[in-house]
Design a protein around this ligand. Structure first.
Ligand SMILES: [Mg+2]
Length: 320
C-alpha cells in the first residue's frame, strides 16, 4: 500500500486550503476585475456563504483517493481509475448501486465547470494513449497537490503528478507545472519554507527537467513580482490569467509569497480577471501544505469538509 507519514492536520489543511480557495474563486471565475469590483466593491469579494467547491476540489479528492488506494508501483493506474470514477460523477446523475468511497457520495455528482480536456481525456479507456496533445490548461495543476502528500520523495511526487497529468493534457508544460505543485507540497509538508521550496523547484527546472522552459519562466516571474510589487489584482494579472498551467501555478505561488496571512493570500488569488477558482485553489493547497493558519469559519463550513476529514482519517489509519 502507498502510505503517508504526514500528520493528519497537515493532510487536512492542504486539502481544506484548496477547497476554500476553490469556493472563494467559484463565483468570480467568469468575471473580469471591473465586474468583480462592480459586484463586490473596490476590495472585491471578501467573504461568501455557502462556500461551494468546483471541479478543482472534486478532482483533487479523487487524486487523493487514487493514491490512497494504490499499491506501490501501481499508483498511475490507481489514479487513472479514480479519475474515471470522477468522470462518472460528471456523466451520471447519481451513484451506481454498490458504489463505494467517493463514488458513493451523491454531493460529488454535481457539475461545476469540469474542464473539457479532463472530460475528453478520461473518456479514452487506455491510459497509455496520448490525448489532447496541445492541451496545457490548469486542470492538471489544480488536482496535483495530493501527489505531494504520500510517502514518495519530492522527486517521485513530481514524476507521478507529471505522468498522471498526461491522462488528460498532452502538452509538456501541463505535466511539468503539475509536477512542480506536487513537489512544492512535498517539500512544504516536510518542513521547507515556501521561499526555500520555490528556489529548490527552480533549480530542478533549470537543470534536470526537459521541456520546463515555460514553467520556469512563470515561476521566476512570480518570485520577481513578490519581491517588487505591492499585492494587488493588477500585479496578479501581470502574471497572466491562470487559464493555462504555468500561469495558474505562478499566480498561486505569487499570492502565497507576497501575503502576510492565509486570508489575504486566498482573496488575492481569487479576485482577478482570470481563472479565479483554480488559482485560489492551488494557492490554498500551498498555504495548507505550509501549515499557514486557515480562517476557521471558512475551514469549518466549506463544502466537502466531512469528506476531507474522512479521507484523511482513512489515509492515516485513524478511522474508527
Ligand atoms: Mg473549477
Amino acid at each position: 500500500m502507498v502510505t503517508t507519514s504526514l500528520p493528519a492536520d497537515r493532510l487536512r489543511s492542504t486539502l481544506l486550503g484548496g477547497a476554500i480557495g476553490d469556493a472563494l474563486g467559484h463565483p468570480l471565475e467568469n468575471l473580469n476585475l471591473a465586474q468583480i469590483r462592480a459586484a463586490h466593491g473596490t476590495e472585491g469579494l471578501t467573504d461568501i456563504s455557502p462556500l461551494l467547491i468546483t471541479d478543482d476540489t472534486q478532482m483533487t479528492l479523487f487524486s487523493f483517493e487514487g493514491l490512497m488506494l494504490a499499491d506501490v508501483d501501481n499508483e498511475m493506474s490507481s489514479v487513472y481509475n479514480a479519475y474515471r470514477r470522477w468522470l462518472a460523477t460528471q456523466e451520471q446523475g447519481q451513484p451506481s448501486p454498490g458504489a463505494t468511497g467517493l463514488a458513493a457520495q451523491e454531493w460529488l455528482y454535481v457539475r461545476r465547470g469540469p474542464g473539457q480536456a479532463c472530460l475528453t481525456g478520461l473518456r479514452q479507456t487506455d491510459h497509455a494513449q496520448v490525448v489532447n496533445p496541445d492541451a496545457k490548461g490548469c486542470g492538471t495543476v489544480m488536482r496535483a497537490a495530493p501527489f505531494g502528500l504520500f510517502d514518495h520523495s519530492p522527486d517521485d511526487a513530481f514524476l507521478l503528478a507529471a505522468k498522471c497529468a498526461r491522462f488528460t493534457h498532452g502538452h509538456p508544460t501541463a505535466a511539468v507545472s503539475a509536477g512542480v505543485l506536487a513537489r512544492l507540497v512535498s517539500l512544504l509538508t516536510r518542513g521547507h519554507d515556501l521561499n526555500d521550496a520555490v528556489r529548490e523547484c527552480l533549480r530542478l527546472l533549470t537543470y534536470d527537467v526537459p521541456s520546463a522552459g515555460e514553467t520556469r519562466l512563470a515561476m521566476r516571474e512570480a518570485v520577481k513580482a513578490a519581491r517588487q510589487s505591492t499585492p494587488s489584482p493588477e500585479a496578479v494579472e501581470m502574471l497572466g490569467g491562470g487559464w493555462v498551467a504555468e500561469e495558474a501555478l505562478s499566480i498561486a505561488v505569487y499570492c502565497a509569497l507576497v501575503s502576510d496571512t492565509a486570508e489575504e493570500a486566498l482573496l488575492l488569488a481569487a479576485n482577478h480577471s482570470g481563472d479565479s477558482d483554480s488559482t485560489a485553489a492551488i494557492c490554498g493547497n500551498l498555504l495548507g501544505a505550509a501549515g499557514r493558519k486557515l480562517p476557521e469559519t471558512w475551514a469549518a463550513t466549506v463544502e466537502g469538509r466531512r469528506t476531507i476529514d474522512r479521507l484523511v482519517a482513512e489515509a492515516t489509519g485513524s478511522l474508527n
